[in-house]
Ligand binder design. Structure first.
Ligand code: BGC
Length: 751
């Protein structure tokens, strides 16, 4: 990590403790609570409901001001003009009866102006520091226009790359997502919410959204309580403990109950079990959408169900404000429930310091795209790139290479490489691979650019011949393919994950030239690229890398940086394998190495002659790439892990020492991963679970002995009696460079 990043890290280093999670009251908290009570005593019911009402901004400022003056609005989303933000805050502070400031909210998901890689790409870095820095920079830029609340991080576990929103999360793994979610919360909220450059985080979507049936957005989920608790809830619990100021409910219904009306998760788990003291906002119109779900007959019932379930603020559908007065008269909602919600909202407004200073400095110098922000975004992009294949050491490109053909629709697509959720990103500030490569190599390499296809879905094959002609003149072909940004993200799901348009044809034609073919995929999700990998000599996977994706890729291609990213999700060979993820439960007939594939099956084979285990005859049991996988320009050798003890009790800490050696010729960083398997449980257990990881920088030839520490208490899970605890018995443990490598050592947990 370079100097700039270290300095930023120092600036953002965090001391924020979970002050909205119900820790011991201190003086400051007591003062806030007193102020909240004083306000609640004076507020009318309408003013309270106003605090629970979030609206989206619109151009007519007089109308907006009138609503605010009457105390009908607690928060506005999508207002980003500092002058208007100050004007609206002034109305709230000076012209409304209670003088309560507004919370200005915006989806700042992977950067405000300086766009970092999409969260799935950031997850590939396995580097929580870079995630924290990204969120800090996003907060600094967004707060400079008056935004004090973002709807991030998204910490939905998903094992289905058809789901477009896979781009917004940290992948398939519960532990990795928990670590990255916490880093993100810390980055947004800084050392104190009160700092004007801090913005409130929002852990979303609570909960289970990533398991939508068939990967179709907004769909139903059927997650059992045990799976919910073992897989989907831990990242949210970690975010709550890290002090996430707010939570957002999800659109899905789980086993028939929409999250926005689910008091089990919102009250029993979030409030009672975890002691969360922030507030919960609905998703966009997810209160009124309970009518479409067929879970509420009308707006009044929807409002009643959401309020009683524990949703404190309603995003845009306005049913709370209209319907609650009659619900109270009819004893369907208690006024004390409203008071509780308002307390939670006001608490966050106080903690953000909004009562003391709701205004933003309109004249402050612009800090968008500061050099340190761009440097951090580039570092994040570098660390998020995954090297999937590198035959005959095609990469990095050697100095003997004098002519390079740059082709493909993603080589110079400044908007597309930013990825989804970039409301405020600007393609004019994006540095594409084509531009960055030219800048990096200067006149020493002749670059011939022929895109071949105009955009990723392009079916017009006329340009392919020109791309092939360019390739024929070159020493190396760099083909940038993938997905446009619109193909992933909310509501942008796909049933087919092959490369869109004629990109496969383009790659096939390029491979036929016999020239070394380097394929760079820029996408919002894992795509099914088995054939294209075979046709390429080297493959780099870059989840939409953001503003600085170009320089990051150029440096990796020419060896000024060495790839270190690892897959944050399993890559399927074909869509039909989905869901395919590494930490699946052990079946009674696990797939083993004797898979028989379609072409090997003799005609009229006997029914049981193929072995009866769990795999597809046409796709086998292995994915294209397992979770945690990624190559380097160098190679690493792992020694066998040495355990501090082979018999441990629940309160012990297991120390795992291992040797790791850089056995190649490049200084590089490896992501060492520790996996555990609980061999026998009161319920079936995953074949492996990630428990620790670390980025290990090693000079060429360097060998180091490193150590992981794993408290045995972290082997706990929700057992057959739905109790959380560690069960005694035998465990396997691996330390390796991905979820499929390494040999195991074992230890025992005794009571
Ligand atoms: C999305 C949320 C987002 C909200 C506000 C919804 O459609 O599901 O993730 O924060 O809109 O823009």
């Amino acid at each position: 990590m370079n100097k700039v990043i270290n300095i930023i890290l120092l600036i953002v280093s965090v001391a924020f403790v979970g002050c909205v999670q119900g820790d011991k009251p201190n003086k400051e908290n007591e003062v806030i609570e007193k102020k909240i009570e004083a306000l609640i005593r004076k507020m009318t019911l309408e003013e309270k409901l106003g605090q629970m009402n979030q609206i989206t901004s619109y151009p007519n400022i007089e109308d907006l001001s009138n609503l605010i003056k009457k105390g009908e609005v607690g928060s506005i989303l999508n207002e980003i003009d500092p002058v208007r933000i100050n004007a609206l805050q002034r109305v709230a502070m000076e012209e409304s009866r209670m003088g309560i400031p507004l919370m200005m909210a915006r989806d700042v998901i992977h950067g405000f102006k300086t766009i970092f890689p999409i969260p799935l790409g950031q997850a590939a870095s396995f580097n929580p520091d870079i995630v924290e820095i990204g969120a800090r920079i996003a907060a600094i830029e967004a707060s400079s226009v008056g935004i004090r609340w973002t709807f991030a991080p998204m910490i939905d576990i998903s094992r289905d790359p058809r789901w477009g929103r896979i781009a917004e999360g940290f992948g398939e793994d519960t532990y990795l997502t928990s670590v990255m979610g916490v880093a993100s919360v810390k980055g947004y909220q800084g050392d104190s919410l009160n700092n004007p450059s801090s913005i409130a985080a929002c852990a979303k979507h609570f909960v289970g959204y990533g398991a939508v049936e068939g990967g179709r957005d907004y769909n139903s989920t059927y997650i059992s309580e045990r799976q919910l608790r073992n897989v989907f809830l831990p990242p949210f619990e970690a975010a709550a403990k890290a002090g996430s100021a707010t939570f957002m409910t999800s659109f899905n219904d789980n086993d028939g109950v929409p999250s926005t009306g689910n008091s089990f998760v919102l009250k029993d788990v979030l409030r009672k079990e975890w002691g969360f003291k922030g507030f919960v906002v609905s998703d966009w119109a997810s209160v009124s959408e309970m009518i479409s779900h067929g879970f509420a007959a009308d707006a009044a019932e929807a409002a009643m169900k959401a309020i009683n379930a524990g949703v404190d603020m309603e995003m845009v559908s306005g049913t709370y404000f209209k319907e609650t007065p009659q619900l109270i008269q009819q004893y369907k909602v208690k006024e004390s429930t409203i008071d509780e919600a308002v307390r939670d909202i006001l608490r966050i407004k106080f903690m953000l310091g909004l009562f003391d200073n709701p205004y933003v400095d309109e004249k402050a110098p612009c800090i968008f795209y500061e050099p340190s922000h761009l440097a951090a975004a580039k570092q994040a992009a570098i660390e998020s790139v995954i090297l999937l294949k590198n035959e005959k050491q095609t990469l990095p490109i050697k100095s003997s290479v004098k002519t390079v053909a740059v082709v493909g629709p993603m080589a110079d697509a400044p908007y597309e490489q930013l990825g989804t959720w970039i409301f405020d990103g600007e393609k004019e500030h994006t540095q594409t691979p084509l531009v960055a490569i030219k800048e990096l190599v200067g006149s020493s390499v002749h670059i011939i650019y022929e895109s071949g296809l105009a955009y990723s879905r392009d079916n017009n094959t006329q340009g392919i011949a020109k791309a092939v002609a360019a390739a024929s003149k070159a020493d190396v072909i760099l083909a940038f393919v993938g997905e446009e940004s619109i193909l992933s993200g909310e509501a942008h799901c796909l049933a087919d994950l092959n490369l869109q348009g004629k990109q496969s044809e383009l790659l096939e034609a390029l491979s036929k030239t016999g020239k070394p073919l380097v394929t760079v995929v820029m996408a919002g999700r894992p795509l099914t690229i088995e054939k294209e990998v075979e046709q390429s000599d080297a493959v780099l996977y870059s989840f939409h890398p953001g503003t600085m994706g170009g320089p990051a890729l150029a440096e990796i291609l020419w060896g000024e940086a060495v790839p270190s990213g690892k897959t944050p999700m399993t890559f399927p060979k074909v869509v039909g394998q989905i869901p395919v993820y590494y930490s699946h439960n052990t079946t009674g007939r696990p797939a083993n190495r004797t898979e028989v594939l379609l072409h090997n099956i003799p005609v009229e084979a006997g029914q049981t002659s193929l072995g009866c285990t769990s795999f597809y005859l046409d796709a086998g049991f292995d994915p294209l790439y397992p979770f945690g996988y990624g190559l380097s320009y160098t190679t690493f050798h792992y020694g066998a892990p040495v355990l501090s003890a082979t018999e441990l009790k629940e309160k012990d800490v297991l120390t795992v020492e291992f040797e790791i050696e850089n056995t190649g010729n490049y200084d590089a960083t490896e992501v060492a991963q520790l996996y555990v398997q609980d061999k026998v449980g009161s319920v079936t257990r995953p074949v492996k679970e990630l428990k620790r990881f670390m980025r290990v920088p090693l000079k060429a030839g360097e060998k180091r002995t490193l150590r992981f520490e794993l408290p045995i208490s972290e082997l706990a899970f929700w057992n057959v009696d739905m109790k959380y605890g560690v069960e005694p018995g035998e465990f396997n443990l691996w330390v390796a460079g991905d979820s499929q490598s390494g040999s195991s050592v074992s230890f025992k947990v005794v009571l």
